[in-house]
Design a protein around this ligand. Structure first.
Ligand SMILES: NC(=O)c1ccc[n+]([C@@H]2O[C@H](COP(=O)([O-])OP(=O)(O)OC[C@H]3O[C@@H](n4cnc5c(N)ncnc54)[C@H](O)[C@@H]3O)[C@@H](O)[C@H]2O)c1
Length: 363
């Protein structure tokens, strides 16, 4: 018997009643979509009802993984939108496709979990915000840091004033290498129009964390970026390999943000960090969530490290659909993070200081 047929018939006997389980489709089952597929399978209140990918081998693999719920399959994402039995859609395609797919799904009455960045242009993000607000459906962006317990608790205390007045934030996302040119996302990642580059595609997480801690979006930005090492690697590459940015916030706080892909693993201060400086002390937010008092005498762990649940963000989505719980990374949070990154790219590309209002999007 063919492996998938066997899995389907064996699992049919075990299948649970579907009444209270949200019928869910996943569009894009590459690297991240495969993780999300597993995460949906883990939810007792969800059922994988459809999988979609325009690459047949990935589609076949996903259908096999989800065989217990006998999902429908589609290579054309419009089939997901048109299927009235689908209640919720996960979107894990390349970034330039997110907004169009999410808007279509919301307009068809579906709840949407949209991977970050929610869009790569201000115009598409403006349209998405409008659709999300008009839909009355749950919209969650894939910024899963918003569901992390340790970060949430540390930021709650910052907002309560534990470090005094916020003064400055220093953050970075440094890597020791480019993504694999032949990897899963190699066919879109190095194209600025499709990914938005490192800042929009990856640092959107870190910039969101900074906005969250500061409690606002920036009002203007300045910066520089370029390609100093990976010139025309891979061929046609037009995304920066380094950027240095300054954002200013309405309360006077400045954020200094750098990113690069040539920070040796053994050089200190590698990888990702967010330091939040306040009048009473400063916090290493992405590290141990420890506060260092301004007088240099005390160290206090604001929120101990715990084993975070990798499915927490997915669970939050279904909880919001079924119980109406609040979404931590809703459309406004997703849009704000993506727009912060887009603003950072625009100042580098246009070579001038730009304001938030220059993006032309009302939140
Ligand atoms: N939240 C996170 O931490 C996290 C981590 C990794 C990736 N992501 C995001 O997930 C998204 C996907 O990234 P990835 O690394 O999985 O990329 P990927 O290339 O591995 O997967 C994308 C999938 O979408 C499919 N696809 C492309 N166009 C399609 C179309 N028109 N219709 C249907 N399917 C289509 C591709 O065939 C591929 O299988 C990106 O937005 C990325 O930023 C988020």
């Amino acid at each position: 018997m063919h492996r998938r047929s066997f899995l389907i018939s064996a699992s049919a006997a075990l299948a649970q009643p579907t009444k209270d389980r949200t019928a869910t489709a996943i569009i894009g089952v590459g690297n991240r979509g495969s993780f999300l597929l597993g995460s949906v399978i883990n939810q007792p209140n969800a059922r994988v009802a459809m999988v979609c990918d325009n690459k047949p081998d990935r589609l076949d693999k996903a259908a096999t993984v989800a065989a217990a719920s006998s999902p429908k399959t589609a290579t054309d994402w419009r089939k997901v939108i048109d299927d009235k039995s689908i209640e919720a859609v996960f979107i894990a395609t390349p970034p330039h496709l997110h907004a169009e797919m999410a808007i279509a799904a919301l307009k068809a009455g579906k709840h949407v979990y949209c991977e970050k960045p929610v869009g790569v242009t201000p115009e598409s993000i403006r349209d998405l915000l409008k659709a999300a607000k008009a839909s009355g459906r749950v919209f969650q962006s894939g910024q899963q840091l918003r569901s992390q317990v340790q970060l949430g608790e540390a930021i709650r205390q910052i907002h309560e004033g534990v470090i005094g007045d916020l003064l400055f934030v220093k953050a970075q996302r440094h890597a020791s290498a480019d993504l694999d040119y032949n990897g899963s996302s190699g066919d879109w990642y190095f194209n600025y129009r499709k990914s938005g580059g490192y800042l929009v595609e990856q640092s959107v997480h870190n910039l969101d964390l900074c906005n969250w801690a500061i409690g606002a979006h920036p009002t203007r930005a300045a910066g520089f970026g370029g390609i100093n090492l990976h010139k025309n690697e891979p061929p046609g590459r037009d995304i920066f390999d380094h950027q240095s940015l300054t954002y200013e916030y309405a309360n006077g706080v400045k954020l200094a943000f750098t990113q690069m892909v040539f920070h040796p693993r053994n050089l200190p201060f590698n990888n990702q960090s967010v330091y939040v400086y306040g009048s009473k002390g400063s916090v290493d937010l992405m590290g141990s969530a420890t506060m260092y008092s301004a007088d240099g005498k005390q160290q206090t762990v604001l929120s101990p490290k715990i084993q975070e649940d990798p499915d927490a963000h997915t669970a939050a989505f279904f909880s919001s659909i079924q119980k109406g719980t609040k979404i931590a990374s809703d459309a406004v949070v997703g849009a704000t993070a993506a727009l912060t990154a887009i603003l950072g790219n625009e100042v580098c590309r246009q070579g001038k200081v730009l304001g938030w209002s220059d993006l032309g999007v009302e939140l």
